[in-house]
Design a protein around this ligand. Structure first.
Ligand SMILES: [Fe+2]
Length: 273
């Protein structure tokens, strides 16, 4: 049976959570979406994912939350991730780390394996096992287990993400890039039938620097003095890609979605999101 999967871009702060809250339930029904995977590692003020926000997002209709280099930023997640299989951390962290990097699910009688991998470049504070060799092993294992592999690759350079896409073409049903938080214009089905995009964008403010207030980010570049980033509420959108996968595990379509959401204007309402 074919399945339809929505991969949401990184959810940035309360504005990002608001876009999910306002749109996801209706979108799931209207588009007959079978599975929703979202990158949640910036949902708590843009830096990490707290336990309360993770529970809220799972209740709002996300089936699997994936992580990246910020997944352990909130202390309560370090404990909670070990207990909750719907929240993934990158599989290439040390094996004994809390949590897991792979989630098996059955969707409309189709066995699916969601794999979260972190790129090797540009994360100087991490000491990971090789993203490429591990991805290959995990995708092969999914196949042995009779599951479709959906890879969420959280990485920085476009070249690294493209290389992963081509390496897994024909092996994984989808390779979806996250982390850079800017929707790329290269959503495609690769020759072997793998749905691919370099970055599926961000849920939250589009008129911002990665979901953060523009002026603070500009000032940081000029002064080079560290300053706290602030969530931005301008031009909110739910952003991601919708992927259809046939019975044989080959993707048949990939489409980007961008749904505008009106921002809460009241400061108290914004805090209540
Ligand atoms: Fe990241």
């Amino acid at each position: 049976m074919s399945i339809r999967v929505l991969f949401l871009g990184e959810i940035v702060g309360r504005p990002g959570i608001q876009t999910v809250k306002e749109t996801l339930k209706t979108l799931r029904q209207e588009k007959q979406i079978d599975l929703v995977i979202a990158n949640g590692e910036g949902a708590t003020n843009g830096f990490g994912l707290g336990r309360a926000h993770s529970m809220q997002l799972l209740k709002l209709g996300i089936d699997v939350l994936t992580g990246g280099e910020k997944i352990y930023y909130k202390m309560d997640m370090v404990e909670f991730i070990a207990k909750n299989p719907s929240i993934l951390r990158p599989a290439n962290y040390p094996q004994q780390n809390p949590g897991r990097g792979v989630r098996y699910l059955t969707v409309k009688e189709t066995k699916v394996c969601v794999i979260n991998i972190l790129g090797n470049a540009d994360f100087p504070r991490t000491h990971l096992s090789n993203a490429f060799s591990l991805a290959q092993l995990l995708v092969d294992k999914a196949k042995e287990d009779g599951a479709l592999a959906l890879v969420q690759f959280h990485a920085s350079p476009t070249a690294e993400k493209l290389s992963m896409g081509f390496m897994l073409d024909g092996k994984a049903s989808a390779v979806i890039g996250t982390h850079t938080k800017v929707l790329s214009a290269d959503a495609t089905i690769l020759k072997g039938g793998t749905a691919y995009i370099t970055d599926n964008g961000r849920c939250g403010s589009q008129m911002s620097v990665g979901g953060f207030d523009k002026q603070v980010e500009i000032d940081k570049h000029i002064s080079q003095v560290p300053a706290r980033s602030f969530e931005c509420w301008e031009d909110l959108k739910l952003v991601g890609v919708l992927v259809d996968i046939a019975d044989d595990g080959k993707a048949t379509s990939i489409e980007t979605i961008q749904i505008p959401v009106e921002a809460k204007t009241d400061e108290k309402e914004q805090k209540d999101v």
